[in-house]
Design a protein around this ligand. Sequence first.
Ligand SMILES: [Cu+2]
Length: 155
Amino acid sequence: MQRLFVNRYLLSAAVLLVFDSLAFGHIRIAPTESTAGAREKYTMRVPNEKQVPCSKIEGEFPSGLDVYDFEFKPGWKIDFKKNDKGKIIGATWIGKMMPYEFVEFGMLGINPKEATDLVWKFVQYYDDGTKEEFTGPVGSRLPSPVVTLKAPQGK
Ligand SMILES: [Cu+2]
C-alpha cells in the first residue's frame, strides 16, 4: 500500500513535469522557426500557472527583431518600451488572467537579415507578489523562448 502510494506520487510528479515543460507550462513564442529577413507574425502564449490572477507580463524583444505592430486584446493595455532611437525593444501587457486561463498576444515583426537565434525574455507577475522570469538558457526551469532563423532559400 505504502509502495503503491509512493509510485503513484512519483508518476504524477513526472507527468506534471512533462506537461509543464512540453504542453502547457511557460510563456512560449510561436513559430519557433522562421526565415532571416522575413516578416513574421509571432504569437506569445501566456498560461496562468498559479492559483492567483496574473496581471502583468513584461517582454524584452530579441535584438535585431523589429516588432512594429501588436494584436489588440480586449481588457489588456500595452505599454511600449523604446530605445533612444525610437525603436520598440520591449512591451508590458497589463490586464487580468485568472487561474486556469491563458492568453495569446500576437506581434508583427521583421526578422534580422542574419540567420541567427532570436532570444525573447519575459517576466510574468502574479497578484500574490510573485513573479516568474523566463530568461534562462534552453533546458533550464524557466527558459527564454528561442526562435531559430534560417537563411532564405536560394541564397
Ligand atoms: Cu511553466
